[in-house]
Ligand binder design. Structure first.
Ligand code: GBH
Length: 493
């Protein structure tokens, strides 16, 4: 027996079930309360989310809008990138995407049918400033005025992301995009303009979506726009400029938004999961979280780069001033977290770093996308680590979801039980977090509908609604019913 080889201390750790996470939550356990009148299992009060918990869906501008030449919109780096041969796996682009620009009213009804009370969308910078800076284009901003009015008429609260990767191409051409601090400053001017005009209806702004992805995929390996493969030192400077852009935008929203406008990042923190939930592994996972997010959440929330980060960067460290760090760490109102997958399972170790990152076995399962390994506990641990490490009081899950093959069955329905399995398990872990007091206030499911999945083109579908990309017709998948039930019960359906 393998157990025989464990020390007494290790064994004590394993049998402390409350720490291991085998909790009262497991649905359908022998202690479950009797079924309710409608026959659904009654998991009791402990299985619901806090009252006022916000349920929503999420999208981003380039992935859904289309209409890339409409009403004075300028080109973005994603238009240029997607039209470059060999960048998108199915050779597609988002020129028409899901045609949301014209169908936004229908799409608001899709949200309403779910019972969702919140919607996270992004504003396309090149619609508002076609050249990135200079003369604004009020006609471009008007699309968001129409959308906001429609949301408000349907009692859906808007959460707006200022930057979901569609940088105006003019800024890339003129100043090298995020390789230059000029872009960080232009971003703040754009943020100020938008906050001034939309904060009568938008009470929550996210600055930049997933700094880490736009830095690494866009500028490190060239898999995303603008498709650059920079040196380590250049890449560190891009990372710094992006963080600076975040901080300047926070200040701009404060200075130009109505009183009470709230602002924060939407980051896909590198997620570090204790491989076994012992106190030592939990501590190691916290240390790993702080180190592996040093250029992102850590510097935003601590106002300094960690010693380990600077030592590792050596001569390639970014150039910055003390003032930069003060700007980057401007106080924020909440942290948004995109959580899809465990990035690392962590084991405590007696080494310099204090942890070992377990290599993923080849047999670890994945969803339709190869990178998307299901590890529901990620959505418990990431917010818990963030709350604990930086004393964060308000957290939103700004994205969570999965792609699927999503083929309609003979009767035309997409029975996406893989997505339902994924969501049910993640939401159970999220409920575990809220029931323990981790301050998660809301959840935005990615995504409302299938859309342009960046370099995967239209080949990865993440929606609750299936989109026929030829006719643009939207049809609810079975998971849309699952989400509607979840929202209606304010617990996991
Ligand atoms: C998010 O990224 C994005 O915010 C959203 O726009 C997107 O549609 C959604 O999730 C689904 O992908 O280099 O091939 O190994 C999610 C986090 C991190 C997922 C980087 C893809 C790279 C995969 N992403 N990851 S790969």
């Amino acid at each position: 027996m393998a157990f025989k080889r464990l020390s007494r201390r290790q064994f004590a750790g394993i049998t402390a079930w409350s720490v291991v996470g085998v909790s009262s939550l497991s649905a359908g356990s022998s202690q479950a309360a009797p079924a309710r009148e409608d026959g659904s299992p009654n998991r009791g009060p402990s299985s619901s989310f806090p009252s006022g918990f916000l349920w929503g869906t999420a999208t981003s501008s380039y992935q859904i809008e289309g209409a890339v030449n409409e009403d004075g919109r300028g080109p973005s780096i994603w238009d240029r990138f997607a039209h470059t041969h060999g960048t998108i796996s199915d050779q597609s682009n988002a020129d028409t995407a899901t045609d949301h620009y014209r169908r936004y009213k229908e799409d608001v009804q899709l949200m309403k049918a779910l019972g969702a009370k919140a919607y996270r969308f992004s504003i396309a910078w090149p619609r508002v400033f076609s050249e990135g800076a200079g003369t604004p284009n009020p006609k471009g901003l008007d699309f968001y005025n129409r959308l906001l009015d429609e949301l408000s008429a349907n009692d859906i609260e808007p959460f707006a992301t200022l930057y979901h990767w569609d940088l105006p191409q003019a800024l890339q051409d003129r100043s090298g995009g995020w390789t230059s601090r000029d872009t960080s400053k232009a971003f703040a001017d754009y943020a100020a303009y938008v906050a001034e005009r939309l904060s009568d209806r938008v009470k929550h702004f996210f600055t930049i979506n997933e700094c880490s992805r736009l830095v690494h995929l866009g500028h490190g390996i060239g898999a995303d726009a603008p498709g650059l493969k920079l040196s380590q030192s250049e890449l560190n400077q891009v990372r710094h400029n992006v963080a600076l852009g975040h901080g300047l935008a926070v200040q701009a929203v404060r200075a130009h938004g109505r009183a009470g406008t709230r602002v924060g990042p939407a980051e896909n923190a590198v997620s570090c999961i204790p491989a076994i939930e012992t106190p030592a592994n939990i501590r190691a996972a916290e240390i790993a979280t702080r180190e592996l997010n040093a250029g992102y959440l850590t510097v935003m929330l601590e106002g300094k780069y960690t010693d380990v980060f600077l030592a590792q960067a050596g001569n390639d460290a970014p150039k910055y001033t003390a003032e930069d760090l003060r700007i980057i760490s401007s106080p924020i109102d909440f942290v948004g977290l995109n959580v899809y997958t465990p990035d690392h399972y962590v084991v405590a170790a007696d080494n310099e770093r204090g942890f070992t990152l377990a290599p993923f076995p080849a047999s670890f399962p994945h969803m339709n996308a190869a990178w998307l390994r299901p590890g529901p506990e990620a959505i418990y641990w990431v917010p818990r680590h963030v709350a604990k490490l930086w004393n964060v009081k308000s957290i939103y899950i700004t994205e969570n979801g999965t792609s699927g093959s999503d083929q309609p069955a003979a009767d035309g329905t997409v029975y996406d039980v893989d997505r339902i399995m994924y969501l049910r398990n993640y939401l159970t872990q999220l409920q575990r977090a809220t029931s323990e007091g981790v301050p998660v206030l809301g959840y935005f499911l990615w995504s409302l509908m299938d859309n342009f999945e960046w370099s995967d083109g239209f080949e990865q579908r993440f929606g609750l609604y299936r989109v026929d990309f030829d006719t643009k017709r939207r049809t609810p998948k079975l998971s849309a019913s699952f989400y509607r039930e979840t929202i209606a019960r304010n617990g996991v359906a």
